[in-house]
Design a protein around this ligand. Structure first.
Ligand SMILES: *[C@@H]1O[C@H](CO)[C@@H](O)[C@H](O)[C@H]1NC(C)=O
Ligand SMILES: *[C@@H]1O[C@H](CO)[C@@H](O)[C@H](O)[C@H]1NC(C)=O
Ligand SMILES: *[C@@H]1O[C@H](CO)[C@@H](O)[C@H](O)[C@H]1NC(C)=O
Ligand SMILES: *[C@@H]1O[C@H](CO)[C@@H](O)[C@H](O)[C@H]1NC(C)=O
Ligand SMILES: *[C@@H]1O[C@H](CO)[C@@H](O)[C@H](O)[C@H]1NC(C)=O
Ligand SMILES: *[C@@H]1O[C@H](CO)[C@@H](O)[C@H](O)[C@H]1NC(C)=O
Ligand SMILES: *[C@@H]1O[C@H](CO)[C@@H](O)[C@H](O)[C@H]1NC(C)=O
Length: 600
């Protein structure tokens, strides 16, 4: 290709001069000057009054500095001007300039409020400034959580000078704050066990991408991995004694996350997706656990995927157990938010419950919607009454409001996580007045497109490449799995989830999260399926997918995410490659369109 100027090729390979490396996520406002890069005089010393009151700042800076020193990072993907188009702002080609003095010696951090807790909506803004005249990096933030974001920005822009020293392009001024307060990924340790080590690896990546919520889908009908004091027998339904989380391990995850500005929000999915663990306490509280899940004869299905099991909504022994389990976990998990599931209730499952069948027989007018309402009426008061969490807010999957069956009246202060029908359901829920977390499966589900997982499936026994002539092959569409195809990072980044919402509706969106359901995920593949695609979501909810003129900046994101993938790997996160390495070393040479405004 002919797109590159020779100087830029040299920069991509050796990076001996200053490079204005734009971090991921792109800051809301970053302004570079042109007087030339500055060297670091030696170790940057933290100077912060906040440090004496908060180990978060000191430890956060120590981590960032150790990373800077140990990686001696050379950004793999710089940007180059391209003929006929304005230069891309993810890196200017180096010009030989005098590095102005003085060189950098300090990081000065001023935090306005060191006591602000890490909870929903805490101020995460920061400014970062390096000027020609000063020997310090100036960071200001409202809270220690904002200071952490400043550090992950700084560690991405300080790079190797190619001769054993470190430098940073400057002057630079960054004003930064997230668009949305809820920016997450979802890990599922119920379908397959995910070890603490791999969860910490997700947290490392999240911190670099400025994501602040780990939604932890703890269990599912298949396994219960969490050690409970109140019912130690629940972990008899872990996959093995090793495939469990002690409460100490969970506290370690929460502490590790908090040190990085990440909240851990647990999910115990109820009343659907519930068998393992619960049935050890009392088999009667679980309906249909021993049924055939029956998707081969859909009329008789009791679950949408193996393994069946739902909490019995009418049997009154269910609720005391729910209360005990939820109460203990509410003491363990320190976040104000708790996710209580409520998705995919399958009516056929309750054919196996005498209690539910008798309840219907007592009054012929009762419907499954009434049954869903019975759950809401009896379970939500338990969930909302947690003395040690006075600010408790609940999250539920949208099904409880929008699916068949659904409850008639779900309290409006419960946050809905939307995963079906893309913009339609977001519009519906926000119009109803619910706060919404966007997780639209067609855009954000990271487990899609790897083929169906259920076995003994004759649809794969076809001697031609399946197409429309094989209706419904692989559960809807090319690539297999019910939510195929695979979601590329560009698909994720380009999702305009506020399209056609009124301002009032849009204000109800508190953020987004990318789930990675783990039917086909365990320690071996979790990081490569999660990253770097989750970083596309991270930027989408941090600073958006448009430039200040309102144009989509997906093509500019390319070099950022390719570079960020290399950075994740360097930081020990097993992120998947997105392109042949040639494409990252030769910016835009792998674009489909030469026209850089083709994505709108
Ligand atoms: C971005 O920062 C620059 C430098 O501080 C400032 O001049 C400009 O007004 C800011 N732009 C926006 C959109 O805030
Ligand atoms: C640190 O805490 C002390 C005691 O609470 C307080 O007087 C001081 O102002 C705090 N310093 C900062 C920087 O917040
Ligand atoms: C449950 O009962 C209904 C009504 O009789 C029936 O249509 C459905 O097939 C049954 N489902 C199962 C799983 O038995
Ligand atoms: C459940 O109902 C039975 C029969 O009405 C009653 O004896 C029992 O106390 C109830 N148990 C709970 C936990 O409410
Ligand atoms: C939301 O969807 C439900 C169920 O499909 C429908 O009854 C309701 O009218 C919709 N509401 C809005 C505000 O779109
Ligand atoms: C948004 O609304 C416009 C005008 O009603 C309509 O033409 C367009 O299809 C809508 N966009 C989406 C994505 O629904
Ligand atoms: C690039 O694509 C956009 C969108 O299709 C179009 O408006 C513009 O004219 C194209 N530019 C050139 C130089 O072809």
């Amino acid at each position: 290709m002919h797109l590159l100027q020779p100087l830029a090729v040299l920069a991509a390979v050796t990076a001996v001069a200053g490079v204005a490396v734009n971090p991921l996520p792109a800051p809301r406002n970053i302004t570079w000057g042109s007087s030339g890069p500055k060297h670091l005089a030696g170790p940057l010393t933290l100077r912060s009054a906040a440090a004496s009151n908060s180990t978060i700042v000191t430890e956060g800076w120590n981590r960032a500095w150790e990373t800077i020193v140990s990686l001696q990072w050379v950004p793999a993907a710089t940007e180059a001007p391209i003929a006929h188009y304005a230069p891309f702002p993810t890196g200017v080609p180096p010009v030989k300039r005098e590095a102005p003095s003085p060189s950098l010696r300090y990081v000065d951090v001023q935090v306005a409020d060191v006591t602000a807790d890490l909870q929903h909506g805490v101020d995460e803004s920061y400014t970062l400034e390096i000027t020609a005249e000063s020997s310090s990096v100036e960071i200001r933030s409202q809270t220690v959580w904002g200071a952490l974001h400043a550090f992950t920005t700084l560690q991405q822009i300080v790079i190797s000078d190619g001769h054993g020293g470190l430098l940073v392009e400057q002057p630079v001024r960054i004003e930064d704050a997230p668009l949305y307060p809820y920016r997450g990924i979802m890990v599922d340790s119920g379908r397959n066990y995910i070890s603490v080590g791999k969860i910490l690896e997700q947290l490392d990546a999240m911190a670099l991408a400025k994501m602040n919520v780990l939604h932890w889908h703890l269990d599912d009908s298949q396994s219960w991995p969490v050690h409970m004091k109140v019912y130690p027998e629940m972990t008899l339904d872990a996959y093995s004694p090793r495939d469990t989380f002690s409460q100490e391990a969970i506290r370690r995850v929460i502490g590790y996350a908090r040190a990085r500005g990440i909240r851990v929000i647990p999910e115990v999915d109820m009343p659907g997706h519930s068998a393992a663990g619960w049935k050890q306490v009392d088999p009667t509280i679980v309906a249909c656990a021993d049924s055939w899940w029956s998707n081969d004869d859909w009329t008789y299905h009791t679950a949408v995927e193996p393994t069946p099991g739902q909490l019995d909504i009418i049997y009154n022994g269910t609720y005391p157990v729910v209360q005990q389990v939820y109460g203990e976990l509410s003491g363990l998990f320190t976040d104000d938010f708790f996710h209580v599931g409520a998705d995919e209730l399958q009516t056929g499952c309750y054919n196996f419950s005498h209690y539910v069948m008798e309840w219907f027989a007592e009054d012929a007018s009762r419907t499954y919607d009434d049954l869903a309402q019975y759950w809401v009426d009896h379970a939500v008061p338990i969930f909302q009454n947690v003395p040690e969490r006075p600010n408790r807010r609940l999250i539920m999957w949208e099904d409880i409001v929008l699916s068949t069956p659904h409850a008639h009246d779900v309290p409006k202060d419960i946050i809905m996580q939307s995963w079906n029908n893309g913009l339609t359901n977001i519009a519906n829920l926000t119009a109803l007045g619910y706060d919404v977390i966007v997780s639209s499966a067609d855009f954000f589900y990271l487990d899609c497109g790897y083929g169906g997982f259920v076995t003994n499936d004759p649809r794969y026994d076809v001697m031609a490449n399946p197409d429309a002539s094989v209706p419904n092959f692989n559960y809807l569409g090319d690539g297999g799995s019910w939510c195929a195809p695979y979601k590329t990072w560009q698909r994720i980044y380009d999702y305009d989830f506020t399209t056609n919402l009124t301002d009032e509706q849009a204000a109800h969106i508190i953020g987004a999260a990318s789930p990675l359901w783990s039917e086909q995920v365990d320690d071996v593949v979790i990081s490569s399926k999660m990253w770097p695609r989750a970083a596309a979501l991270a930027e989408l909810v941090w600073s958006g997918n448009r430039d200040k003129n309102g144009n989509k900046r997906t093509t500019l994101m390319t070099q950022r995410i390719l570079n960020f993938r290399e950075y994740l790997v360097a930081n020990g996160v097993q992120a998947a490659p997105l392109v042949p390495k040639y494409c990252l070393q030769h910016p835009h040479s792998c674009d489909l369109y030469y026209n850089q405004s083709v994505i709108q």
